[in-house]
Design a protein around this ligand. Structure first.
Ligand code: EPZ
Length: 430
């Protein structure tokens, strides 16, 4: 397995172009199952997760062709017909979002058998809201031996679905199914993350009739068929926030381009409160930090537009060196502080009690061997390593490869000393 070695202490200077959003790209890829015409996705990130989904889609009948275009990497997805409605355990287990092929398979094919994804390190992550939404749309759902058997032989029917709380995946799943349902669907208390609006934009380009995505109420008028389209994936807000925090951690001046500041306003507000200089511009922002100590702040994760749970670990790494005590409240996932003991190995002072972590700022961190436990936790360890004295080695970096494209190259271009130590190839999966 590969590892990442970081020699801390280098200030960063330069520019980092942000890639297309992983968490949008994988749902957009699933949308290609809804039509027999080609869907061309541009500004695509090239990640382990997009490869996983490509593998599953090929099995279901999609031709997946990757190329380079003027707007970055492109993926052309064409599904002339669904040749199988079966998504096996091994493929869904490797990436939870694979579960979202269920809705499109059902909408286009009338039936599907898709493995339940199971829990993962950050929490139990059930899919009850996904299944309730599909049932509300008229699907008959049975669970046997870890599989969801879903049927809608006479098609799906529009419905009013009132989610008990905001779920990104369940809202996306309902949208992916309802676009081809007969009649109107209303999604109440929907997730409002930018990836929802991106999915709706893509579906509308394919001929769907979705309004209100990006707000708490989404209206969908079902259509008989969807066509092909070309759609550019939105910038990755979590990658943007991650490099913003990395620049603040290492110090220096880094310009993040091809992205949007409004997607990470809650993070930027906290960074400014902590003492980091943030300068927004047309296609992104510049992060500046010259010398001075940072101040501790309080953070509570929340659905968008609140502070993203996917940026909590990275910001915690930054706060390990702030003056005073920072408090982190994690409200989205029940077990998302696994980076805390690993940051502790670098000298951070963090105590965790249930959903709250208290971080007492220390004078300095010292490099050590640490273990990546999930995608965002892994990158928080890289960030800490940028400011730690000596060498930090992050083990199990396959987590990082799921969601960060060319991380060593992007940080290295700004002067960070980050290199990949090649392993023996015995890759683990989650
Ligand atoms: C998406 O996960 C993201 N993943 C996550 O990013 C992100 O952390 C999360 O949204 C919150 O923003 C993808 O987009 C692929 P949810 P998702 O449904 O859709 C509970 C990363 O690192 N819940 O909004 O799975 C659930 O357990 C990943 O890129 C139910 O109880 O998140 C959680 O506590 C990690 N029943 C809460 O809702 C359900 O049926 C919010 O989850 C569905 C969810």
């Amino acid at each position: 397995m590969d590892r990442i070695a970081i020699i801390g202490g280098a200030r960063l200077q330069g520019e980092i172009p942000i890639s297309g959003a992983k968490n949008s790209a994988i749902k957009l890829m699933a949308a290609s199952l809804l039509t027999d015409e080609p869907l061309r996705l541009t500004n695509m990130p090239r990640l382990a997760d997009t490869r996983f989904l490509g593998k599953l889609l090929r099995r279901l009948g999609t031709e997946v062709v990757e190329s380079d275009g003027p707007d970055g990497a492109e993926t052309l997805l064409t599904t002339p017909e669904i040749i199988s409605g079966f998504a096996p355990y091994d493929l869904v287990r490797q990436m939870r979002a694979s579960f979202n092929v269920l809705g499109p398979l059902l909408a286009r094919n009338g039936q599907a058998k898709v493995s339940l994804p199971g829990g993962c390190t950050i929490g139990a992550r059930p899919v009850d809201l996904h299944l309730k939404a599909l049932e509300a749309l008229g699907a008959k759902i049975d669970l046997h031996e870890g599989y969801v058997y879903a049927q809608a032989p006479r098609g799906l029917k529009g419905a009013v679905i009132d989610f008990p709380f905001n779920s990104v995946g369940a809202t996306e799943h309902a949208m992916l199914a309802a676009v081809l349902a007969q009649g109107d669907t209303v999604l109440e208390n929907a997730a409002a993350e930018p990836e929802l609006a991106d999915l709706a934009d893509c579906l509308n380009a394919m001929g769907a009739k979705v309004t209100g995505a990006g707000t708490r109420t989404i209206h969908i008028k079902g259509v008989g068929r969807l066509s092909g389209a070309t759609h550019s994936v939105i910038p990755d807000r979590i990658e943007t926030g991650t490099y913003a925090v990395a620049a603040a951690m290492a110090g220096g001046e880094v310009r993040l381009t091809r992205t949007r500041t409004d997607f990470i306003q809650a993070l930027l507000d906290k960074m400014v409160e902590a003492g980091v200089e943030v300068i927004p511009h047309n296609d992104g922002l510049t992060i500046k930090r010259n010398g001075g100590r940072l101040q501790a702040v309080e953070v509570t994760t929340d659905p968008y537009p609140g502070f993203a749970t996917d940026l909590q670990a990275q910001f915690m790494a930054l706060m390990t060196l702030a003056d005073g005590e920072s408090v982190f409240r994690e409200t989205i996932f029940e077990n998302r502080f696994m980076h805390a003991p690993e940051l502790g190995r670098l000298g951070a002072d963090i105590s965790v009690h249930g959903g709250e972590a208290r971080v007492k700022g220390v004078a300095s961190l010292e490099g050590a061997q640490v273990m990546a436990t999930d995608l965002r936790a892994s990158v928080s360890l890289v960030i800490a390593g940028l400011a730690a004295g000596g060498e930090t080695i992050v083990n199990r970096v396959y987590h990082l490869d799921r969601g960060f494209e060319r991380l060593e190259e992007k940080l290295g271009a700004c002067g960070a000393q980050v290199r990949r130590l090649k392993g023996d190839g015995d890759e683990e999966v989650e």
